[in-house]
Design a protein around this ligand. Structure first.
Ligand SMILES: [Zn+2]
Length: 416
């Protein structure tokens, strides 16, 4: 399905997975800037592009999705600033994942592990260190260069079925394919899954992680909805998508990372473990396969906006100094949707040196180094990537010891 099919005529949108037109919008976040498009100082004179964020449910295959498809060149351009290795939690999570796969599949020098959206090699480095051959595939030049510096063979490309066929023609097929937080990002969902089917050996396994739509809805995680993130998966929707390409979900493992995610194992043999049926049944019981389940989400999102605004305005009325922590995508959505700008936050800090000196899109808050929190000791730090709040509060233990307080916006705005 091409991007053009969806973007201009949204009243005739087709489901990204099953092509049905039976889509119902249940949340509109309005026109928002691109969440990762951090601005250079020279760009502050320009008007930024904004795109609608409307979230819809497909009554045919249960897939939750946004209707807008921003061209990938705009999303993953040369200045795409995300380097995975900057997050300790993510590295530990990845290392454990690799250890489990090596033990389970008895992987060694005669196997090949491929990661789709391999970023800077944050995951593949652990296979490489264990002597298992690896191949990374990623479209963003910065992270690809960083991976190659670590000696991790990485091809700069958007993955799809044609690309998979080229690899297979060169004699490269995968024993294990990893795809973490990428399936939801690709515009051609079916082409990507077809590519996995092509590249995977007959006895191979694809290990795919994606945020779970159940956690998004139950915990009010509306700020994980952004233009890069096209789909919001349930096991029901994933199973329909994979089975269309001769792939079967054989195991489902819940993960705490990113506010609640799924690790889904996909194979060419239909031999599901019990966990798959348990998830399907629980989703039917809760109603994830029906529109009703999503119907009041919009009201709850609106309530978070009201409560966070009231909280911040109340603090500002008492002359409190507040800064933000974490210039991640969800921060852009939270700040822009709630309407938190320079009148409320002095600045936002981020550990990623590539982000420092830039500005948050839309609200145009400057991004500084985390050391400024201790240097200036503001009264409150608003934690934007709340999924890493424990890590952030641990890093800022000294700030807290000196009497500083944190605000966590989701699931309900709370002072800690
Ligand atoms: Zn569908």
């Amino acid at each position: 399905m091409s991007a053009e099919a969806i973007t201009p005529d949204r009243t005739h949108a087709h489901c990204r997975s099953c092509d049905s037109t039976d889509l119902t919008i249940f949340l509109s976040l309005g026109n928002l800037p691109l969440s990762d498009g951090l601005l250079e100082p020279r760009q502050l004179v320009d008007n930024e592009p904004r795109y609608p964020l409307d979230v819809a449910f497909c009554a045919n295959c249960s897939l939750v999705q946004i209707l807008e498809t921003v061209p990938p060149e705009e999303l993953f351009g040369a200045d795409y600033p995300y380097f995975s290795s900057f997050t300790d939690t993510l590295l530990r999570h990845s290392e454990a994942n690799v250890r489990e796969r090596i033990a389970e599949r008895k992987l060694g020098a005669n196997h090949l592990v491929v990661e789709l959206a391999s970023n800077d090699g944050y995951l593949l480095q652990y296979y490489k260190n264990a002597g298992v051959p690896v191949l990374g595939i990623d479209p963003a030049p910065g992270p690809v260069a960083a991976a190659r510096e670590k000696g991790i063979e990485t091809l700069q490309a958007f993955f799809g079925n044609d690309f998979a066929k080229e690899l297979v023609a060169k004699g490269r097929r995968a024993d294990v394919i990893h795809a973490n937080n990428v399936l939801a990002h690709v515009a051609d969902t079916n082409g990507f899954v077809a590519g996995i089917a092509t590249l995977l050996k007959d006895d191979g396994v694809a290990v795919i992680e994606c945020p779970y739509v159940k956690d998004l809805i139950e915990h009010g995680e509306f700020d994980t909805i952004y233009h890069e993130h096209l789909c919001y998966f349930s096991v029901t929707a994933l199973r329909a998508l994979f089975s269309r390409h001769g792939l079967y979900v054989t195991r489902v493992v819940p993960l705490a990372i990113h506010g609640g995610s799924l690790r889904v194992f996909v194979e060419k043999q239909n031999r599901p473990e019990q966990s798959v049926q348990e998830y399907i049944e629980s989703e039917q019981r809760l109603g994830l396969d029906r529109l009703d389940y999503y119907a009041d989400f919009s009201k709850r999102v609106d309530q978070i906006r009201t409560e966070l605004n009231d909280l911040l305005h109340g603090l500002k009325d008492r002359k409190a100094r507040i800064v933000g922590y974490g210039a991640a995508a969800k921060g852009t959505i939270m700040l822009n949707y709630v309407g938190i700008g320079q009148e409320t936050l002095d600045f936002v800090v981020d550990r990623n040196t590539h982000k420092q000196g830039r500005y948050i899109p839309g609200v145009r808050l400057p991004i500084a180094a985390p050391e400024r929190v201790l240097a200036e000791q503001p009264d409150y730090v608003l934690i934007l990537p709340w999924n890493f709040k424990d890590e952030i509060m641990a890093q800022q233990a000294e700030y807290r010891r000196r009497g500083g307080k944190f605000i966590v916006p989701v699931p309900r705005p709370t002072i800690i």
